[in-house]
Ligand binder design. Sequence first.
Ligand code: ADP
Ligand code: MG
Length: 693
Amino acid sequence: MRPEILYPLFADAASLKGVGERARTLLGNLLGGTKIVNLLWHLPSGLVDRRYSPKLAEAEAGRICTVTARVVEHIQPRTNKQPWRVEVEDDTDQMELIFFKAYPDSIKKALPVGSTRVLSGKTERFNGRLQMPHPDYIGKPEDWPQIAAVETVYPLTAGLSNKMLGKFMQQALTKVPPLPEWQDTAFAAQQNWPSFAEALRQAHHPQCSKDLASDSAARQRLAYDELLANQLALAIVRQRIKKQAGRSMEGNGCLRRQILQNLPFDLTSAQQTVLGEIYADQKAPFRMLRLLQGDVGSGKTIVALMAMLNAVECGAQAAIMAPTEILAKQHLETIAPMCEKIGVRVELLTGKTKGKTRTEILTALQKGKIQILIGTHALFQEDVKFKDLAFVVVDEQHRFGVHQRLSLSEKGNQADILVMTATPIPRTLVLTAYGDMEYSKLDQAPAGRKPVDTRVLPADKLSEVTAALKRKLESGCRAYWVCPLVEESEKSDLAAAEERFATLQKIFGADVGLVHGKMKEKDKDAVMERFKNGDIKLLVATTVIEVGVNVPEATLMIIEHAERFGLAQLHQLRGRIKRGFEASTCILTYVPPLSATARERLNIMRQSEDGFMIAEKDLELRGGGEILGTKQSGFAEFRLADMSMHKNLLSIANQDAKLILERDPNLQSPRGQALRTLLYLFEKDDTIRTYRS
Ligand code: ADP
Ligand code: MG
């Protein structure tokens, strides 16, 4: 349970003054949540200094200034094109306020003739006269202290002004309670870090541009809090698994030998190396927890099968869990025929397995008559009982959720765990996503693979693309059409995909299907299934197709607005059409003009298919501005830490987390208790729950 002290921070933003239903929705879109903490994690991107407050005669043009002046007269425009002008003065000079497209009533109301007003905005000089077009603030004299200050600027979304967000933020900051210090006090003092509450306050009240930099004390402190919560949570999960003794598994090789003899190919040396690492883990008397990374098509399945058979040779059982029904089936289709030949029984268990079939499988499983069980989350269900589960493969594809998935191993008898991912991850990010998990890389594709022909085209060539697509479909090939990520505040990804679907339907009729992330899992699977069967030849999709489904006939992919995707994500998408022995084409379309970074990114895609290289480049090139890419790559968990700036803090947090658990494995000491609060603060509730079970 979340400690009471944090309740105010997890209250809904609707409890703030001025946050109605509309503002709440906007906040949700902007912040990814509507709790007070979501607001607080939204750090400013800039500031406007409004403290320059000259007399009118001394006001420098081109500068933001805040002045006090009397309203002299309103000069109405004679035509629509002319601005509404308001003459104001102080004892030294006059100034004109300029309003294009004015609403006369509201202007007159805000600036009654004869009243004194505080005005803040950028001044200009026009024909020798001082002007302030569209003041940012018009206030009464008593508003002076609020206006003539340093204004914090936040990243915004359409419909939500900086003024509104600033007001919400001020209120949110008052809700921050004093919290017990969870950082090592000596370390925090040595770094000159303020307390958590003070750091938040400072981060939201920058006084100069230095305060906005990622190396300011306040921002470093907050980033470190977030990183420590991340590393500690991962370390706790790992400790929990490692604490349990493992079993030493070393089969006699009889099954594996037969499999290798039946394979139409030799294992690559990368596959052999990785298998060596896995066998060594299996043999060791500890519990194995290893991450296997390798691009789509790098041959992870056979590696997983060999490792499972090692356990089966010892008389134990193995399981492989995939994130979706269709992927589980795909594993069955590759693994079952190979195992049949060597007398190993493989079954599939998903949410769809019902009735008699299910009962039979469960009985056979419990009796140990099934050696390998393939499935989805359904494997978690309580009535699924193994006789002796010793090896678990978690095929994550591109999703990250190690915490939950690891619980499958609890069904096992000290089961070893192999997590597989098709996302090549840069080293630093392995640490943030998986902590200190051991990892192996399949960094070599099987020989004889043809590269994907990748082309980069401006979007105005889309009609030519459609024509080429038509020819391709007529010749029997299948294609993906991936719709753009949409910038915030425009229409949703879904709307864009639906629109494109409608246009393409006009050309291709019933041959087109649509799949998107808002669909129910089973509807999604059904559309994918139809694409696989060829009932649909062109699949319009949002990025959900990233999760790997094999459709060998699909040899063409068109990606719209490729410049908005992260490199790693483009790479994943392209992996869907990498068939190896057939030529395939990937067309990346973009909407000009391209930034220099975007151009470089698309070039890398054209030139390389090395997932690990692309992943490193992605991290390197992902400037602060390229947020969409970050979000989509699956590592957007960090709100306060910036992986390109706070890398050094990550390794310190990693060491710190280890040390904390060595000294206080159950987080019982006073600092341990405070660290529990930190974990709750960053919503690692799942992790803390493991302490109780
Ligand atoms: P991944 O799961 O890593 O995406 P798969 O295991 O599905 O990749 O393998 C992709 C394809 O490559 C499969 O058809 C598989 O049979 C084949 N393959 C695997 N290893 C090799 C190899 N060493 N040589 C040739 N083909 C291989
Ligand atoms: Mg696979």
